[in-house]
Design a protein around this ligand. Sequence first.
Ligand code: HEM
Ligand code: HEM
Length: 197
Amino acid sequence: MSWATRSTSRSAPTPGAEARPSAEAYRPFAKALHWVTAVAVFGLLGLGLWMTGLPISLTKLQAYAWHKWIGLTVLLFTLARLAWRWHSPPPPLPDTVTAWERRLAPLSHGALLVLLLALPISGWLMSSAGGVDIFWFGLVSLPNLVPRNPDLFDVLRTTHHWLAWTLMVVLALHLAAVVRHDILRHDGIFRRMWPSR
Ligand code: HEM
Ligand code: HEM
């Protein structure tokens, strides 16, 4: 089955109307995973930066628990997303996309997906090395990936910190690309991912 939605049209524009290239859209499941993940990731970045500065308290412990639970949910969603991408690859980019953008787009999307795996996995490894058990949403007890090890904990904490900052940089580029395409060039890239289409 093709990736294109039924509403896709490359027909000639109405005479007098602005010739707006029409791009094929992502499938609803891919869109749902993208937007749920996006909301979760913005929340996790904010929560992560906030909670680390809190004094030891019940609020801090609860914030850490929620951060871990939501982060591990992002891991599940990303695995589902990768399986879905393998089953149904993203739609081809519209003709308006230049050669360098065509090379950069899969690289930046690939980097985001790798970070969406690396961040939760490094977090889970960090928790394990710190000797803290994870009881996912109070429902499922997760195994510790490595035995308690304070030196490894420090390395993983630094790794998690830098992965988070790398994500923020790649995300800034991602958002800049959306602005460039849709606000400056009106080429319909944002609508490829927007739920209503
Ligand atoms: C996409 C998923 C995730 C994102 C975007 C994310 C982001 C962040 C950020 C921005 C921080 C603050 C870093 C700092 O200021 O040094 C942080 C800290 C932390 N994260 Fe995550 N995280 C994710 C997933 C996870 C997961 C799944 C776990 C554990 C299972 C986890 C455990 C932690 C812990 C324990 C800290 C505090 C480290 C410290 O006390 O210095 N994170 N995270
Ligand atoms: C306001 C925030 C966001 C906007 C407006 C946005 C917009 C978009 C758009 C328009 C596309 C489709 C690009 C194309 O047509 O090829 C896309 C794809 C993608 N976005 Fe975002 N995005 C946002 C946040 C995020 C976040 C937080 C992440 C992950 C950390 C993310 C990861 C991805 C990935 C991996 C793709 C490639 C498609 C896929 O495999 O699902 N985006 N985004």
